[in-house]
Design a protein around this ligand. Sequence first.
Ligand SMILES: [Zn+2]
Ligand SMILES: [Zn+2]
Length: 352
Amino acid sequence: MSSRASDLLTLTREGLYCPLGDFHVDPTWPVPRAVITHGHADHARAGHGSVLATPETLRIMAVRYGADFCDTRQEAVLGQSMRIGGVGVRFAPAGHVLGSAQVAIEREGARIVVSGDYKRAPDPTCLPFEVVPCDVFITEATFGLPVFTHPDTRGEVRKLLDSVRLFPERAHIVGAYALGKAQRVMALLREEGWDRPIHLHGAMEKLTELYKQEGIPLGDTPKVAAAERKDLHGAIVLCPPSAMQDLWSRKFPDPVTCFASGWMRVRARARQKGVELPLVISDHSDWPDLCRTIRDIGAGEVWVTHGQEDALVHWCGTQGIAAKPLHLLGYGDDGEAEPVADPAADPAEAAA
Ligand SMILES: [Zn+2]
Ligand SMILES: [Zn+2]
């Protein structure tokens, strides 16, 4: 009997499950065997029996959860197919954060691809997204509405540097997610010629150190000492989004609050978060790139895991591609993919 790609994965309480290989992909609960696409906490959780992931993702998990985050682990080599039970499994770069990968599962010429989170925009901190032709493509839709178009990141970083030049006596506090976004902002700042130190909140130190060990040059990134905060005139300081509104960020000289996120495209959201300088820098695909990717891959069927699923499913229909929303719970916790409370309100504002 020939295989159908759509039979290679089913949905269980824990998430996507491959019965023929007896493993889950990015499960949201502890399982005996997990295949992990990338290190963001909503995809990579602690407590699985075995974990198969790229070496970078395994190291990220060890930094976040401790060396004993699972019982046994196996490194996946990008591009190399391996046999798990009755299926072949191959990892391909996803362009999302360091170590991020898509997982292709195949049997008898039928192939399904779980992309995890991905983007097509250039990122100096990770390998670019690879188009893997398949029968069923599983995609996210964090920014799955036509109003979401991300600008060139270089222009966003220049806005930050212009502001630093304009207000040399003020500290610029940039909120950015600790895995991926923060290091990408640092790398982009270096590309634009910022050669002074980039000061870090303590919560970003370990992952930034890991990026450097993986060979990504980020320059001098000292941790901010409590005593020196008031003296950091004209400095660029990166901190997790959660630290932006608290006392920590207010101790800097006349701080300019900045925030690096795809959601900064929505002006109401920037205002609501008290962000003075929104920087539209996203590690997720915008609407044109979601559509372009689905076209490039040429899959006959698309499953949408989370985000603005309905609009993307509808668009697939207009292209003659079968599509369905999976409504996966537990995803969207990577600091950017936060759920929109009122989907109708935000895009309207963004379109204004
Ligand atoms: Zn992610
Ligand atoms: Zn995610």
